[in-house]
Design a protein around this ligand. Structure first.
Ligand code: F6R
Length: 603
């Protein structure tokens, strides 16, 4: 979703901003822009619809300066257009602003304060910059006008503001949207994601909601809402530039699929000792053990991983588990048990839908844990506990390694709580060994890429729609497999409980419709095969992904056997590759599907 970068104190501000915006491309956007100025008060505002490459084409060599801000926009208020792209300027062109988030009361602000102003576009950000100008016109300094505007604005925001009459300062403020300050020698940077500025620094300072920061080349000053000074240590980002580069891979998604064996091994390393025992904070284990129900709350792929987590947790801990969509749960909260425990699954740790649930959970004083890939992310900071996924940065919009990492970490957690409860199934389960087997099996599946590519040519090159079916955990994987396929290849795909298909949806099956059956569970294998026969006799083009011990010679893709509880970690891998090759063969951008954003920071 929208991204912010800023720099103050370096001669090549333009290059740094553009490179930073490139690093944020993966988050999804439809337009971009930069504003650059400097000591001579030269000023350049360049905006473009489309990709950063289009913006770069519009930046002429004289666009230079020592201070600047840049933005990638994912349209919320107002359609994608150059006019609506950020940075936005005030009427007198003195103030230049970029914004991530959503201003909820922008209509009211317009009515109350901005009747006399003429606005160019339809964005809520333009309202904010005009509001700052309005307060400055009453005689307030830029800082005070900005502060006053923040007291009027309701909603989520990360703002970076430049007053072109004072090019020695960038004013920054945040509420609910991520923003960091990066520290350099005689320069400082700002960014909504540390990755954007890793080439400049790996020392960052977090900003808390409600704070304002005055950023100069040689210092930063943080103030809380009451104007008190805040001192905060910087931290070193444990990120390496090579983690965010795709090297020889054509697409990040392929690299991230290939990363999965290494991620499984890293999870074993991080969460188990040499005896194979789990290493998880005792407080987490005790709090879950004392709970009477676990609520998993998540969106999209993380939600799909949550269903597999439910199977693992219930089997090993005997604690009932419910899985909920964040966007529904927050506004239609079910009756909760007496001692609920909340698990938030979020690769990015920034998803606004999940965050609004966590805010309510905190207000009600319930215990919570976030599983996330991003250290220091909002959901991590605001939950009682965090378990990191250790998957390394995931750049492709379509999540792959974060899904398998979430399941693996949930398996370790289930084992830790299960052992604490002396659950026999859990005590017999050697998690370190089983995850190491998983890593090796994923490698063998990845080695079969070319076979999958050929099969995809046969099954998916021209189809408009497709189905994935399965039962139990195979159904859960079907949901994820179909999400993957539809979000990047634009083939309309549905993941269905195999037995439910005949109760209506089978009407959509016609001659040649691809139906992918996932079969990894002994007790349901025969039934799913029966359902596959039903669709075959109605013309479906069946593709079976089966565990070796349950396979038939006619099956299209066979997976070596793994522990029955962990089959989703392997059965999902061919489906990731199916989505990848289908997209490639249709000529779409695998990493940056249309309309989507990597980190969804608006509700
Ligand atoms: C799909 C995908 C999304 C995310 C969802 C939640 O491939 O990545 O469905 O899973 O937007 O994001 P996180 O996990 O960051 O909360």
């Amino acid at each position: 979703m929208c991204g912010i970068v800023g720099i103050i104190g370096k001669d090549n501000a333009t290059d740094i901003l553009v490179q930073g915006l490139e690093k944020l491309e993966y988050r999804g956007y439809d337009s971009a822009g930069i504003f650059v100025t400097g000591k001579e008060q030269e000023e350049y505002l360049v905006k473009s619809l489309g990709r950063i490459a289009d913006l770069q084409n519009k930046i002429s060599p004289e666009v230079q300066g020592t201070v600047g801000i840049g933005h990638t926009r994912w349209a919320t208020h107002g359609k994608p257009s150059e006019r609506n792209a950020h940075p936005h300027t005030s009427s007198n062109r003195q103030f230049i602003l970029v914004h991530n988030g959503v201003i909820e009361n922008f209509e009211e602000i317009k009515q109350e304060f901005l009747q006399t102003k003429s606005l160019e576009g339809e964005t809520d950000t333009e309202i904010a910059v005009h509001l700052i100008e309005h307060f400055a016109e009453t005689g307030l300094s830029t800082k005070e006008a900005f502060k006053k505007a923040l007291t009027v604005i309701n909603g989520s925001y990360a703002f970076a503001l430049i007053d072109k009459n004072d090019p020695d300062t960038i004013y920054v403020a945040k509420n609910k949207s991520p923003l960091l300050i990066g520290l350099g020698e005689d320069f400082n940077v700002i960014c909504s994601d540390a990755m954007a500025m890793l080439t400049e620094t790996n020392h960052f300072v977090e900003i808390a909601d409600g704070e304002m920061v005055i950023v100069k080349a040689d210092k930063i000053v943080i103030e809380d809402q009451k104007g008190n000074l805040v001192y905060r240590e910087s931290y070193e980002a444990q990120l390496d530039l090579s983690d965010i580069e795709k090297g020889t891979y054509p697409y990040y998604m392929l690299k991230e699929i290939d990363d999965q064996p290494a991620v499984m091994r890293r999870i074993v390393q991080e969460y188990t000792n040499t005896l194979g025992e789990t290493i998880i904070d005792e407080k987490i284990i005790e709090t879950i053990t004392a709970s009477d129900r676990i609520y998993i709350v998540a969106c999209g792929t993380s939600y799909n991983a949550g269903w597999v987590g439910k199977a693992l947790l219930e089997k090993m801990t005997n604690i009932p588990v419910e899985v909920h969509l964040s966007s529904e749960f927050g506004y239609n909260m079910p009756l909760l048990s007496e001692k609920p425990f909340f698990i938030f699954l979020s690769q990015s740790g920034e998803t606004a839908d999940s965050r609004q649930v966590l805010v309510q959970v905190n207000e009600q004083g319930f215990s919570s844990l976030t599983l996330t890939n991003v250290v220091g992310s909002t959901l991590s900071r605001e939950a009682d506990y965090t378990l990191l996924l250790h998957a390394g940065p995931e750049i492709a919009v379509a999540s792959t390694k974060a899904y398998t990492a979430q399941i693996a970490v949930l398996a370790v957690l289930a084992k830790a709580v299960g052992d604490n409860k002396r659950n026999q199934f859990s005590l017999d389960f050697d998690i370190a060994h089983e995850l190491s087997v998983i890593a090796a099996v994923i490698e063998t599946i990845i080695d079969e890429k070319m076979l999958i590519s050929q099969l995809v040519e046969e099954y998916l090159t021209t189809t408009r729609n497709a189905f994935y079916i399965g039962r139990g955990v195979d159904y859960y994987v079907s949901m994820e497999a179909s999400l993957k396929l539809k979000e990047i290849s634009y083939i309309q795909a549905e993941g269905f409980a195999a037995g439910e298909l005949k109760h209506g949806t089978i009407a959509l099956v016609e001659e040649g419709t691809p139906v992918f059956g996932i079969i990894t569970d002994k007790k349901t294998a025969a039934h799913t095969r029966g359902n596959l026969k039903e669709v075959e006799s109605r013309g479906a083009h069946n593709f079976v992904i089966a565990l070796a011990s349950l396979s038939k010679e006619t099956d299209q893709f066979i997976i070596p056997d793994v522990h029955p509880l962990l089959t989703p970690l392997v059965s999902v891998v061919p489906t990731q590759l199916i989505a990848y090759f289908a997209t490639l063969q249709r000529g779409y951008d695998v990493d940056k599907p249309r309309n989507l954003a990597k980190s969804v920071t608006v509700e």
